[in-house]
Design a protein around this ligand. Structure first.
Ligand code: PFF
Length: 452
């Protein structure tokens, strides 16, 4: 396609891709899932999932995108025209939408909490009032919907500006800032009395607590974290510079993203332990414990603003990449002008996303609507993270490892990469055998067909 935009440098590729990976996953999901599944052992399984499943799939997606310079559906159409493989792309667009429905909801809470922190709402907060403030938010039928809309408006405004002037400019400015803010929060958390308990919780390995469900959760988290299995990295890969070293970009992004998760864990768990709170407090961990503990420490009110500001940055840059999946699809496959594609995507996300927002809690407006014990919010999260992303990842691994022309994959992955020749052999073995085998085993065990 003529006039297709690309990022302007290797640095821009790195920050945009990292901007996609770093998100609420690091700050909201990673801490509470690690907390619920017992800390260090879960972390180790998660790291293994990144290396043996996440990274190989990520490289496969980069290949699909840059080789074809197409959106998630178009990429498969170009490499395997007229075959059902393009449904992987379609499934990706569906998974991106499902994630957006609940992600935009949580991002709305983050924006609201930033606003509340600036307004000084947490000045004299206690355990009860922190719980009460969050409890009131999740059952409120108006406020969270308004903030969800605000988040989507910000994302739309950036995306309308395009790949270079929108995504690239914003991620290059905000990602370094996010890093500085999170380190500032860590310095405070780690110097609190009793911080060591939080650190050892994060790193102590007790494998007794690991169930098959925990392993599936770790796998789903790895996919969610690295924005995989749903065409996001295909779409971003299609904007990469022609000589970008894909192995290096993949490794740098996975490492930096994991570092941000650990830094978030090191800001949260020492604080939680220092104040004698529960690490496995669930999805509310971020919104109840953080305001509570930060408001009780010196410079806490400034740090609280910093913390929710960095969470807002993370949520926004990740959403850019999520919404870009349907935007690129609608613009390229359906011929819509970019601005119309953005508006349509955001309007669709808002229309269904409101269902997630209004069903988070039993007391929410739509909280009574549950199927098999889950409301809309939980279903969107469960279906995308635990089913669609790993399934998409499996199909992508099979396509790149077995259907695509091996020489073609090798050529694309070698561009700008002096060490590629040595890495390729290992890469193909992992992608063809290890990644699919692990994905299938974890899947079967989670549905109870086999016992791990
Ligand atoms: N990686 C983002 C996070 O961890 O918050 C979320 C995400 C973005 C998931 C993009 C999937 C995706 F395609």
């Amino acid at each position: 396609m003529k006039n297709r935009e690309t990022f302007s440098s290797g640095l821009a590729v790195f920050f945009a891709t990292l901007g996609s990976a770093v998100g609420l996953g690091n700050i909201w999901k990673f801490p509470y899932l690690t907390g619920q599944h017992g800390g260090g052992a879960f972390l180790l399984v998660y790291l293994a999932c990144i290396v043996f499943v996440g990274l190989p799939v990520m490289l496969g997606e980069f290949y699909l995108g840059r080789r074809t310079r197409s959106n998630a559906v178009g990429a498969f159409e170009k490499l395997a025209p007229g075959t059902p493989w393009k449904n992987i792309g379609a499934m990706g667009v569906a998974a991106a939408a499902l994630i957006m429905f609940f992600y935009s909801s949580v991002a709305g809470w983050v924006y609201f909490y930033l606003f509340k922190a600036l307004r000084g709402d947490f000045a004299a907060v206690t355990m009860e009032s922190a719980k009460a403030q969050f409890g009131a938010l999740v059952v409120d039928p108006v406020t969270p919907v308004v903030w969800q809309l605000a988040v989507l408006a910000v994302v739309a405004a950036i995306l309308v500006m395009g790949v270079k002037k929108g995504i690239e400019r914003i991620t290059k400015t905000l990602m370094p800032l996010l890093f500085i803010l999170i380190v500032a929060c860590d310095l405070r958390a780690l110097t609190l009395p009793g911080a060591a308990d939080g650190v050892s919780f994060l790193f102590a390995t007790d494998f007794g607590k690991l169930s098959a469900a925990a392993v599936l959760t770790a796998l789903g988290l790895a996919f969610f974290k690295l924005s995989l299995g749903m065409g996001c990295m295909i779409t971003y890969g299609s904007y990469f510079t022609a000589d970008n070293n894909l192995f290096a970009t993949g490794a740098k992004v996975a490492l930096s993203d994991t570092l941000v998760s650990l830094l978030a864990g090191l800001a949260i768990f020492p604080t939680v332990f220092s104040f004698g709170l529960e690490p496995g407090a669930g999805p509310g961990l971020l919104f109840m414990t953080i305001p509570l503990v930060f408001s009780q420490m010196p410079f806490g009110s400034v740090l609280l603003v910093a913390f929710f500001f960095l969470a807002a940055i993370a949520a926004t840059t990740a959403m850019l990449s999520l919404v870009e999946v349907p935007v690129a699809y609608l613009a390229e496959e359906k011929g819509l002008p970019r601005s119309r594609a953005v508006m349509l995507s955001v309007a669709g996300i808002f229309a269904v996303g409101v269902l997630a927002t209004l069903s988070v809690d039993k007391g929410s407006l739509l909280g009574g609507y549950t199927f098999m014990g889950r409301g809309f919010f939980d279903w969107f999260d469960y279906l995308s993270s635990n089913i669609l992303l790993p399934l998409g990842g499996l199909l992508i691994a099979l396509f790149v490892g077995r259907i695509a022309d091996k020489a073609d994959v090798a050529r694309e992955l070698s561009k700008g990469s002096p060490a590629a020749a040595r890495l390729l052999t290992v890469y193909f073995i992992i992608l063809r055998y290890v990644t699919p085998a692990l994905l299938i085993v974890i899947f079967l065990s989670s549905v109870g067909v086999i016992k791990l």
